[in-house]
Design a protein around this ligand. Structure first.
Ligand code: UD1
Length: 424
């Protein structure tokens, strides 16, 4: 068990390189399973979710190694009847996208219901019904799911009832080597889908329209990354938003490099409305916060390009000490206000019920002992602790390590007082 100990009230100042995107590296690794050869990726984040994907690939009989930002996946051979064990499926929600990729590659797989952060129910009905339309037979035996496609997968038209990121990824993965054309309407538009599609195109896939609500995939015989090519994972827009929020909370200034500012179009205006100075240029974002922040009227989480659900807890942290009241409406997940407990322990004034949380700004937060309730909730507590008076202890760091590479090292380099300790 580890804890992050944060002495708040230290201004942040300096430059930080944006890590590779957690939500892109997993689908790209799953896509590499479709390639009959070696794929080389770089800018992979050193986070436990990424290592979990590596372990899944290895347990299916392939060879994956991640070292620093580089990951090599040799998918030349894999098990005849691939099974992802329950313990690995439980580690992250996005493990479900191995269903599409294994059906596409070998026509069968066995897996379990996925786990990950407890954000309320996470049904996979759209994943299952879409893959069934493409010719898969899927037996749901409670916890275990057995899938096969005895006659191979075929293209078809799929209209999603909600633009689910995971379902869109699963369909693309199943469709790239299926027979004929697949058209997804009401597809998710998140940049991580474009990242996966870019990698698949590098390997010979024919995909059009990713980034829009209508994606068209023409099945091809075989995928292979051309020798000598390396695929770079997109920068992490959620980690970028987190470090911007840390500066908004603690004060100071920062140059965030190697990011893609246009992926943060739903987020940057919120920091500007709070009173932060933000300037995006090229692949950099400069942020400066000096004065007291101002509340933002209403923040509604939406599908991309709207305000991301993953940034809700993180942006709430600096708003706890803003002048005025901010209303949050969480439209994507049911159970995503558990971090408010920790924030209130630090002195925040938050009333949360159902989809809505009302944050009334207080003068200051004070240090407290808290538990990270999940990945982004934990990041929100770190963000708040940096701006609070006194010392905070945040336990259950394993959630934070799922998505943030060297968070204490990065914040220390910016001038924060933060250290990791092992506790009983
Ligand atoms: C979600 C986020 C994504 C983020 C990721 C990691 C959205 C829309 N998606 O993706 O941006 O990167 O978490 O934290 O913000 N649903 C169903 N049936 C299904 C699939 C989904 O009802 O078969 C519902 C979910 O319960 C949820 C919503 O659709 O309410 C969004 O789910 P989805 O986009 O699939 O979630 P993730 O892929 O996990």
């Amino acid at each position: 068990m580890q804890k992050l100990v944060i002495e708040g009230g230290k201004m942040l100042c300096g430059e930080l390189k944006t890590q590779g995107a957690k939500n892109a590296v997993l689908p790209v690794m799953a896509a590499a399973v479709l390639c009959k050869g070696v794929s080389v990726l770089d800018n992979c984040p050193s986070i436990t979710d990424s290592y979990c994907a590596v372990r899944i690939i290895n347990c299916l009989g392939m060879k994956a190694i991640q070292s620093g930002g580089n990951c090599t996946i040799d998918a030349a051979v894999l098990d005849d009847n691939p099974t992802i064990p329950d313990r690995l499926m439980r580690e992250m929600r996005s493990s479900i996208i191995f269903m599409g990729t294994l059906l596409g590659r070998i026509g069968r797989c066995n897996l379990y219901y996925p786990g990950g952060c407890d954000l309320g129910p996470h049904p996979i009905d759209m994943h299952i019904s879409s893959l069934k339309r493409m010719g898969a037979q899927i037996e749901d035996e409670g916890e275990k799911i057995t899938c096969c496609a005895p006659n191979g997968l075929h293209g078809c038209s799929i209209a999603l009832s909600f633009p689910s990121v995971g379902a869109t990824e699963n369909i693309i993965l199943a469709a790239v080597c299926a027979e004929g054309e697949t058209v997804i309407s009401n597809a998710a538009r998140e940049p991580e889908i474009c990242c996966m599609a870019d990698f698949l195109r590098q390997c010979g896939a024919v995909i059009k329209g990713d980034g829009s609500g209508r994606i068209v995939i023409e099945g091809v015989e075989e995928l292979k990354q051309p020798e000598g090519e390396v695929f770079g994972i997109y920068p992490d827009r959620i980690a970028a938003a987190t470090y911007i929020a840390c500066v908004a909370s603690a004060g100071g200034e920062m140059l965030l490099t190697d990011c893609t500012p246009c992926h943060l179009e739903g987020v940057i205006p919120i920091f500007e409305q709070m009173g932060c100075y933000i300037k995006a240029f090229g692949s950099n974002i400069y942020i400066h916060k000096r004065d007291t922040l101002t509340a933002v009227d209403t923040i509604r989480t939406m599908v991309y390009p709207g305000f991301p659900t993953d940034v809700q807890a993180i942006v709430m942290a600096p708003l706890c000490t803003a002048r005025g009241t901010t209303v949050f409406v969480e439209n994507i997940f049911e159970n995503r206000y558990r971090h408010t407990l920790g924030l209130c322990r630090m002195g925040a004034d938050i009333k949360a019920e159902g989809k809505v949380a009302v944050v009334s700004g207080v003068k200051k937060l004070h240090g407290a002992k808290m538990d990270a309730p999940n990945l982004r909730g934990g990041a929100g507590l770190v963000t708040a602790a940096l701006g609070a008076e006194g010392t905070s202890e945040i336990a259950s760091t394993e959630y934070i390590d799922r998505g943030y590479e060297n968070i204490e090292g990065n914040l220390t380099a910016l001038g924060a007082k933060i250290r990791r300790i092992s506790s009983g």
